[in-house]
Design a protein around this ligand. Structure first.
Ligand code: PGA
Length: 243
């Protein structure tokens, strides 16, 4: 794993934008695996800014997202479909037909997972962006998830529900289940870019980089990916000893 430690979250966003833009500049029809959460927001802001200033063209890219809450329609402002459209796709001029995410309202979850598996198979990702949960999850693959998983429905862990409650009016409104890309599919991406900022991620980052590879800390599998880059700020890197 290549590790880049930055002074703060703004520098993380700037370095991450350089990497994402390089992928698109090299291959205009790149397939981008994207993530939601607070961490990538600065990166997304920088991508839109550079698109507006320098005209970096995203009209030919295709995107696939990691995960979506079960039970939230795409027009619900807490859904990840809504998040992506408002925080990235509209700003980059990416047509909805070129963006993919699980359908949180699918009435047949198994069929929805199979549809997403087939889509991921047909769209090999040039880069997969990831955040990391404070418990070491990637996408909604919670601790204990097998490294062989494909798209599946998960019961969210109490810690994840707590972490995500800040986006909802109350804890009760946080969905208890989500669709997620599986561990195997995350690892299938040609390149992985994982971002981490803030003190609350320090333990998870330490386990991911310096701990053993274990399903107890899903992100630790990234140690075995041939082209994975971690960009984190000093707070998230606090426990690392080898940088
Ligand atoms: P965050 O979430 O960016 O909102 O901290 C990261 C994650 O849980 O994957």
């Amino acid at each position: 794993m290549k590790i880049i430690v930055c002074k703060d979250a703004a520098e993380v966003a700037a370095r991450a934008a350089e990497i994402m833009q390089a992928v698109v500049c090299e291959k205009s029809d790149a397939v981008l695996g994207l993530a939601t959460g607070s961490t990538p927001l600065g990166l997304y802001h920088n991508l839109i800014d550079a698109h507006n200033r320098e005209g970096i063209d995203y009209s030919h890219v295709t995107t696939v997202n990691l995960d979506e809450y079960a039970g939230l329609p795409a027009d619900n402002d807490q859904s990840y479909a809504y998040f992506m459209r408002h925080n990235l796709f509209d700003g980059l001029g990416i047509a909805p037909t070129q963006t993919h995410i699980e359908n949180g309202m699918a009435t047949d979850p198994a069929a929805e997972c199979a549809r997403y598996d087939a889509l991921l198979e047909a769209l090999p990702r040039d880069i997969q962006l990831l955040g990391i949960g404070s418990n070491g999850h990637i996408a909604f693959n919670e601790p204990g998830t097998s490294f062989d998983t494909t798209t599946h429905v998960v019961d969210l862990k109490e810690s994840t529900i707590r972490d995500n409650a800040r986006f909802f009016a109350s804890m009760e409104e946080v969905p208890r289940q989500a669709f997620t890309m599986g561990m195997k599919q995350i690892m299938d991406a040609k390149q992985i870019l994982i971002l981490a900022t803030g003190e609350a991620k320090a333990d998870a980052v330490y386990g991911m980089v310096e701990g053993e590879v274990t399903t107890a800390l899903p992100a630790s599998i990234l140690q075995t990916h041939p082209a994975c880059t971690l960009i984190c700020d000093e707070a998230a890197a606090r426990r690392l000893t080898n940088v």
